[in-house]
Design a protein around this ligand. Sequence first.
Ligand code: ADP
Length: 481
Amino acid sequence: MPQSIRSQAYVGGEWCDGAQGRRYPVVDPATGSEIATVPDMDDDDATRSIKEASAAFESWSETSPKVRATLLHDWSRLILENRDRLARLIVLEQGKPLGQALGEVTYGTTFIDWYAEEGRRVYGDTIKANDTRQRIVVTKEAIGVCAAITPWNYPLAMVTRKIAPALAAGCTVVVKPSESTPLSALALAELADQAEFPAGVLNVVTTNHPAQVGATFTRSNLVRHLSFTGSVEVGQILLRDASRTIKKCTMELGGNAPFIVFADADLARAVDALMASKFRNSGQTCVCPNRVFVERSIYPEFLSRVLDRVIRLKIGNGFDDEVDIGPLIDGEAVAKVERHIEDAVDRGGSVHIGGGQYGSTGTFFLPTVITGINPDMDLAREETFGPVVAMMAFDEEDDVVSLANATPYGLAAYLFTCDYERVIRVSERLQFGIVGVNETAVSNEIAPFGGIKSSGLGREGSRYGIEEYLEMKYVCFGLSR
Ligand code: ADP
């Protein structure tokens, strides 16, 4: 294990093991080898960390926003100073190519810097009362202890995206990173410790028993906000359980993004955008195009351009030079992609390139292009989360809008066309929280990221993101005359 890897949990400002002393291994998906072991914490450990966060809440919430901003900026600066080390850790535990991991570290800090400033711009209202003997003042206050359950696909940035607004708002946090990728979250805690955040403000609980720790969060009355990124199934469990203690929840539950290319689109631009967004992180992002709809007259040309690009993609260990595609996170992820391809082929789809695993070690999957998909196929109904371009032709604008919307998900959608009236018509009719027009780079700290329908509740990023962590209070002052 490299010396610089933190392998204990971080609770109440101390590095610690679980009360039971159990540990579990973290594995490099590119090689299958163990990188480190971390504490396999349980409900007692989670309860203790909630108590630590609760004990720290009073003074943190009363700390001036300017002081909190300074600490957040210090933390961000330390993260950037350690960018190379953190990026290497991301490659080790998650597998993405080093260039993308470096990008993730920078992207992760943008949320910290943005919310350091947004925390200083939390405004209230005064409202003219009906009764002249009353004064009405509305304030926004930190909601309390926040629990964050984060996924493995962006093990660093999904942590900062959740906790930066919480900390800036004056909340204290307990983070439970994905069991597959806890090391980046621990490294972030180490740098927060160096930045001298007060003990208990940020806690990281590692576990291989996510359901147990998740249930401790939802059951706790001290936890006033739960933020989750992951599958709809787990989101439903958490929402159901959180209802017992009526807590505010932010849910990012994945997508099934349509990518629509009209015949009048700038084809080169559409192909570039598809390649960048589909194969980023080996297709393991919740905004990556899952269904590609191409107008029939340009379908052969579009397919041939995509194939020409896919054939040149380099697959391999994220540390190797010029690698475009790293491994999938684990065997289960590979099995899901295989199931989707098998189902599509059984129902008449054609694989043009790829279609199977790559190499004898790790969990690599070949970049794949499959055509002739239809809405009944698993890969059109579910998020594939792998390097698979699934394409079908369409004839009419109305048809493609209906097809695009025919999913319970509603996170991101993309359309490519040069007809501005169509841009307005189609973007208004797409039932998604994010619409990219001739653009797929939609995720940043200044815009509200989030979905509608089964894709979730609430927004991350932008001035709206901090609202999730604030509670409104209305004070009515009565005067005697
Ligand atoms: P994925 O299938 O992409 O791994 P999950 O929804 O299973 O998505 O995981 C996302 C996050 O949710 C991870 O941190 C994981 O540990 C956590 N998780 C999984 N099951 C539960 C559960 N029952 N309760 C709370 N968290 C869970």
